[in-house]
Design a binder for this molecule. Sequence first.
Ligand SMILES: [Zn+2]
Length: 309
Amino acid sequence: MMAACGSTGTTTVESTGNDSTAAAASQQSFDANGAMEFTRQQCDFGPRVPGTAAHAQCADWLMATLKASCDTVILQTGTVQTATEGKLGIKNIIGVINPQATERLLLLAHWDTRPWADNDEDEANHRKAVMGANDGASGTAVLLQLAKQLKETGTSLGVDILLVDAEDMGVNDNEDSWGLGTQYWAGHPHVEGYKPLFGILLDMVGASDATFSREYYSMQYASGFVDLVWKNAAGNHFINAQGGAVTDDHIFVNRAGIPCIDIIDMRSDSPTGFCPVWHTIHDTIDGIDPATMGEVGQTLLNVIADLTE
Ligand SMILES: [Zn+2]
């Protein structure tokens, strides 16, 4: 059908910019430098490949960081079946803000990094791990920073920050080999009967030339929520055009009955459908632009303001 974690279809850029008149801009401004620092701190552990010491250390740090911002933090451990590495222990980390609130927003990102830089131009690097500054750390960092700011300002909305493990151990042509942490969570939600308004997934939100178009499955499952988020989009990286399709964590959230959209950097001019450093050893902190993360974080703040006004 399509390459897992790859893209099909075309992106036609019809217009850029956003309908700012319709947006309920937040009073609060997102601190992009804070998100940059959280990105750097994750990379300082090294690649966060499940089963490694760096992964375990980063999990502890994510728990501690979320505990400073959230009312409750849950460590969910489980065992999943990988496509090529047998059974694997995983750690999903959930930060809960306002646990008593019935209206809830789910925000998720994968925090693991890919064990193999198998899209690297040099085949000698294909068995090396990806640093995942963009693919892993950037989305996680925006959510950590958002939680920190919500702690400072407060919100009436319930917000659940779900940091999922083992997104990136998949193989081509096997959709279910991706998003293993999310699949585990979907089968074992942290709250029985968990039913947020909808979910927003962040993936690869740190490149200076990122383009976020309306991803295909997001539109199939949850077009109204794509409209809501794009209406509130900050800056010029959000493109008001249909994008390609990607197998990502949002697929498994949607299958669990929770509408979920994906804010992901996809490129119509790239052979992989993604940015040039995707799944290479070059996905490092040098390629991260805080301004892009700032726009994504601001968009989330605007959405939260819109949902609570
Ligand atoms: Zn990846």
